[in-house]
Design a protein around this ligand. Structure first.
Ligand code: AQP
Length: 349
């Protein structure tokens, strides 16, 4: 692998209904990361997807759709490594070793598990509970230094850092004996930020925009056409006040704050700057401007996704090439980890 200053890893679950939050909070930032001196790996995390039951035929389609979204948004599969998680078995293998490093108490604090398992906790899959450990393995199999994610993943990233730290401490002597200076795993930096780190539902400004929200009007899907986007923005919940001219005026107005944040992110501007332009305007003026901006930003991506989806052979070739390149890096990590923990491993010719 060429020597890069940074190694960037991130993933998206193929669980259907890719939305504006996934795009602004994650995928668009993956594209931006390609400009840095970094090897970027972008993964369709299908092992994570099955922590909640997925229809097998639908899952196959969703894996191709997320890959198409990556490419349509501007991820270059030659420059970056694009692959699906289940093609690189080292993720699951490293997750097992991390299961023996992570503590039960750490996982018991994960709020996403509590939210997703809900009241029926006894009936949740063990995979859903263990999700953050697999996520740590995804990241650390490549010893990634940076992970661009939405704000909802902050706690999971903290767990990844805790696992890396504990592994480095538990095996400090073996790590030093193997010649790795300053610990084996990096303490990965989460890259969370900007006006769209947490895009909220269009129907309720206190709830995250989410794939699994039963109301399709709560989110803008990446595959929505211009009419659907404009209609969802027109119907988005708001309050009767005009937009304020300054940021503090958005306090206690979650829906207004969300729409201004979406506009800012799509336009590549700050919230303050958007308010300088639209301060005093009614939503009847702001919403059409937002709809035009959303349509002009998303329509080319949707069109390219449609074009790419018509050629599943091409998508699968991209994934196969990415898996091969990813596996070469992950296997190096696994070999070193096996030496560090004391396994007798098969020597390769
Ligand atoms: N609303 C959001 N705003 C900003 N970023 C978001 N992300 C998700 N929702 C928002 C970011 O998108 C990346 C991929 O997310 P994921 O598909 O792996 O996981 P998720 O958080 O489970 O997605 P959803 O849409 O919220 O699905 P459900 O409904 O199943 O909970 C991540 O970087 C995530 O932060």
């Amino acid at each position: 692998m060429a020597a890069f200053k940074e190694l960037v890893f991130s993933g998206v679950q193929p669980t259907g209904n890719l939305h504006l939050g996934n795009y602004l909070g994650a995928i668009r930032r993956f594209v931006e990361m390609q400009a840095r001196d970094a090897q970027c790996l972008y993964c369709v995390v299908d092992l994570h997807a099955i922590t909640v039951w997925q229809d097998p035929d639908a899952l196959r389609g969703q894996i191709r759709e997320v890959t198409a979204a990556f490419l349509a948004a501007g991820i270059d599969p030659k420059r970056s490594i694009v692959f699906n998680q289940s093609q690189v078995p080292q993720h699951a293998e490293l997750a097992w070793i991390f299961n023996c490093v992570a503590r039960l108490g750490w996982l018991n604090r994960m709020t996403q598990f509590k939210e997703k398992a809900g009241k029926d906790r006894e009936n949740a899959s063990i995979g859903l509970y263990d999700y953050p450990v697999l996520m740590a393995a995804d990241i650390l199999a490549y010893r990634a230094t940076h992970v661009p994610v939405g704000e909802d993943q902050k706690q999971h990233l903290e767990l990844t850092r805790d696992i890396a730290q504990k592994f480095n401490t538990d095996f400090a002597a073996a790590i030093a004996a193997q010649g790795h200076e300053g610990g084996f795993f990096p303490i990965t930096e989460p890259l969370i930020g900007g006006p769209a780190a947490r895009v909220m539902s269009l129907r309720d400004g206190t709830k995250k925009m989410s794939k699994s929200d039963p109301s399709d009007n709560s989110r803008i899907n990446l595959t929505d056409d211009a009419d659907a986007i404009a209609q969802k923005i027109r119907r988005a919940k708001t309050d009767p006040e005009p937009l304020p001219s300054e940021l503090p005026g958005l306090k206690e107005r979650p829906e207004a704050d969300n729409l201004v944040g979406i506009y800012a992110a799509l336009a590549g501007r700050s919230r303050e700057d958007v308010l300088r332009e639209f301060g005093g305007a009614q939503f009847s003026t702001f919403k059409p401007a937002l709809a035009d901006l959303a349509v002009s930003s998303l329509a080319p991506i949707a069109a390219e996704m449609r074009r790419l989806s018509a050629d599943p052979g091409h998508i699968e070739a991209v994934l196969a090439d990415g898996a091969e390149r990813a596996e070469a890096i992950a296997q190096e990590t696994l070999d070193a980890v096996k030496d560090i923990v004391g396994f007798v491993r098969r020597r390769r010719a």
